[in-house]
Design a protein around this ligand. Structure first.
Ligand SMILES: Cc1cc2nc3c(=O)[nH]c(=O)nc-3n(C[C@H](O)[C@H](O)[C@H](O)COP(=O)(O)OP(=O)(O)OC[C@H]3O[C@@H](n4cnc5c(N)ncnc54)[C@H](O)[C@@H]3O)c2cc1C
Length: 325
């Protein structure tokens, strides 16, 4: 592991000023469960690691008049155990509990989960210089690609591994991005960026910026939501495909619906074509199949991951039928 300096700012202003002023290559560290692995293997390098643990005001879940504020340093276990989350956003609780292991949920944070790096085995191999690390090739494209994306690849076929991101996006969450220039709020959906915008990162954060919190709007009357995660193993695992569905449903008909999938694309993937099919009609298995078919028109499976198309239908069916019942 290469040497690095460590900084421990105490306030958001101190953090913002430090990030704006430093000339060092910087890495933010929340729980460190992903970052430390990357630094140890040499996949990530940093002259300065900025530890967020002591920054006041980045932590905790707070009810606000128009919803819930979840600080970036809130630990995943706190989210999973929060009474307001369980009551108003059950899919978020499902996603939090589906994630990693109790030990990792105890240390890992919401911000770290939303900003974690991909698990692609070529990207994680320090010997491989893929497009994400400044190289010219995506080795997954012609190589081993069972766990890679079927949507939105364009030259880099990672999948974004977070369970929280699809659930939060389906609930209409917004992200607050902090910096020395002040805060900026963006829909969480727009916090993520495809490889053709910036192949080296998965989000829009620029030098000096950090994720401060996410805000989830208060649930609408009749809102229901579900998170379904399909994995290869019965124990902890990343999603092969996951489906977060949220909407307003009555008598088996969605008047509003948002469908966001994990494990299928370099960013959490919104299935807008499926939403159009599902909105305003009585939900049946045939309708869900039609919705999955419409969404899959945009899919380009690789040599080893065509099975993910079937899982898109399966995850969508389980989530949608459970809410419409
Ligand atoms: C064995 C294992 C299994 C896992 N399984 C799952 C799973 O099933 N589902 C899932 O979703 N995740 C899974 N994970 C990922 C795990 O959830 C993440 O490691 C964890 O959430 C990251 O949180 P952290 O606080 O430790 O982040 P860190 O490791 O500290 O940071 C992760 C990344 O986010 C950046 N970052 C952190 N906070 C901020 C911020 N506020 N603003 C900007 N950038 C920031 C860091 O610079 C770093 O690049 C797994 C991880 C492991 C090791």
């Amino acid at each position: 592991m290469r040497e690095f300096k460590i900084a421990e700012p105490r306030t958001v202003d101190e953090l913002a000023a430090l990030l704006a002023e430093t000339q060092e290559t910087t890495a933010l560290m929340a729980g460190g469960t992903d970052l430390i692995d990357e630094l140890k293997s040499g996949v990530a390098t940093a002259g300065l690691v900025v530890d967020l643990q002591k920054v006041a005001g980045l932590n905790g879940i707070a009810a606000e008049k128009d919803g819930l504020r979840i600080g970036a340093m809130t630990r995943v276990v706190e989210l999973a155990e929060d009474a307001a989350v369980a009551r108003n956003y059950p899919s978020l609780k499902q996603a939090a509990l589906s994630l990693a292991t109790p030990q990792l949920r105890n240390v890992g944070t919401v911000g770290g989960n939303l900003c974690q790096r991909p698990r692609c085995w070529y990207y994680r191999d320090p010997q491989v210089v893929c497009r994400k690390k400044g190289g010219h090739n995506c080795f997954a494209f012609q190589g081993r690609n069972k766990y890679h994306g079927i949507f939105g690849g364009s030259g880099c076929f990672i999948v974004f591994p977070s369970d929280l991101a699809p659930a939060l996006i389906s609930l209409g969450a917004k992200a607050t991005v902090g910096s020395s220039k002040g805060d900026k709020t963006v829909p969480l959906e727009q916090f993520y960026a495809l490889p053709d915008i910036n192949v080296s990162r998965e989000n829009i954060l620029e030098k000096g910026q950090f994720l401060k919190d996410v805000r989830v709007p208060a649930p609408k009357a009749g809102q229901k939501a579900s998170y379904v995660k399909l994995k290869e193993r019965g124990t902890w695992d990343f999603a092969l495909v996951s489906a977060a569905v949220a909407g307003v449903v009555k008598d088996g008909v969605f008047s509003e619906i948002a469908v966001v999938m994990g494990g299928v694309a370099p960013i959490p993937w919104r299935l807008k074509k499926a939403e159009v099919v599902l909105r305003g009609k009585l939900v049946t298995d045939a309708l869900v199949r039609q919705a999955a078919g419409a969404a899959l028109q945009d899919a380009s499976p690789l040599r080893e991951n065509g099975f993910k198309a079937d899982l898109v239908y399966a995850a969508l069916k389980e989530a949608v039928l459970s809410l419409a019942a």
